[in-house]
Design a protein around this ligand. Structure first.
Ligand code: S3P
Length: 173
């Protein structure tokens, strides 16, 4: 089985993915890390040097490459991965793939992203908390149609990482 973690930036995909993989003895891959390794450039530099359209193109290629070449895998996607190209359609059709939406409220995401903006080219330019709230609100609204196609949704706001990992294990393993 391949378990795909999807959700907005700072929804905990990588942290939860790593712990889940450890618990169930699966391999863990973070799509952003994989892209950085393959392209030999950070996501921030990739956006700067080649632009978002190039990023979305390779993101989709590497997503398929990882899925085709692996099994017993936990894969954390980037926040935008399910929302571009045919990525979500591809994931829904893929055999043995289970997608999980880690759903967090705007408040939770704003709190986390305020301190982590610089690593995220899409929000790095937002200066005030109000700007961040407005941006995330609109962005989540647009992206929800893709996120909500996941096989399972877990609302994560009030839960510690361990509790989320346990809930996913109980559901899928
Ligand atoms: C993006 C999210 C990022 C990264 C890129 C674009 C997005 O991943 O892929 O900056 O479109 O939401 P994280 O969700 O891991 O921050």
């Amino acid at each position: 089985m391949i378990v795909i973690l999807i959700g907005y930036m700072a929804s905990g995909k990588s942290t939860i993915g790593r712990q889940l993989a450890d618990k169930v003895n699966y391999q863990f891959v973070d799509l952003d890390d994989y892209i950085e390794e393959r392209e030999k450039m950070s996501i921030v530099d990739l956006f700067k040097a080649k632009g978002e359209i190039y990023f979305r193109k390779i993101e989709s290629i590497y997503l398929k490459e990882i899925i085709e070449e692996n099994d017993n895998l936990i894969l954390s996607l980037g926040g935008g991965t399910p929302c571009y190209g045919q990525n979500m359609e591809y994931l829904k059709k893929a055999i043995n793939v289970n997608s999980i939406y880690l759903k967090a409220s705007i408040g939770t995401l704003v709190n986390r992203l305020e301190n982590e903006k610089s690593k995220r080219p899409l929000v790095a330019h937002l200066k005030t908390q109000e700007e961040l709230i407005e941006f995330i609100g609109k962005h989540l609204f647009e992206r929800n149609q893709f996120y909500s196609l996941a096989n399972e949704t877990f609302v994560t706001d009030k839960l510690a990482t361990e509790a989320i990992v346990k809930a996913i294990r109980n559901k899928l393993f």
